[in-house]
Write a protein of this length. Sequence first.
Length: 182
Amino acid sequence: MAQKATIYKVELSVSDMDRHYYETHKLTVAKHPSETDERMMVRLLAFALNANEQLEMTKGLSTDDEPDIWQKSLSDELELWVALGLPSEKIMRQSSGKSGKVIVYCYGGRTAETWWDKVKNSTTRFDNLQVINLPEKDTNALAELASRSMKLQVNIQDGEVMVSADDSMIYVTPVEWKAAKA
């Protein structure tokens, strides 16, 4: 018998001083049985970092041909493809061809560094690809905030991210490993 996803209700308030974006999103997040709290919280953080009225969570782990998060234009063109983890060069190549911009949020400490050392040279030709590493200590701390019903406040200023929930506050420092060319 297949296991079912666990449903999380999230009120995500984003104050992004860098992009002048201030909005609260009410999200229903389906956490796949194989997904960790860390990955789910990285997904929410990636959503906050790219928050937009057209941004949507996708089926994610349940499908191979969709990103974790995407943004489509009103004419249904794929504008933004957001992937989490350590995708293969093939996945990055395919997603770069399908979308106007691709952002990979990698995490996992030394494992992520090893992955990047292996794939970075083959990604230089993807002008629309951006790779951002999230430090392991930060993502581990984020995982501690996970609960079935969450009110998260995300403040972004000068590239620094502060995530607060209840009485807890986590600082995340994303590190850009590859910039997309404009």
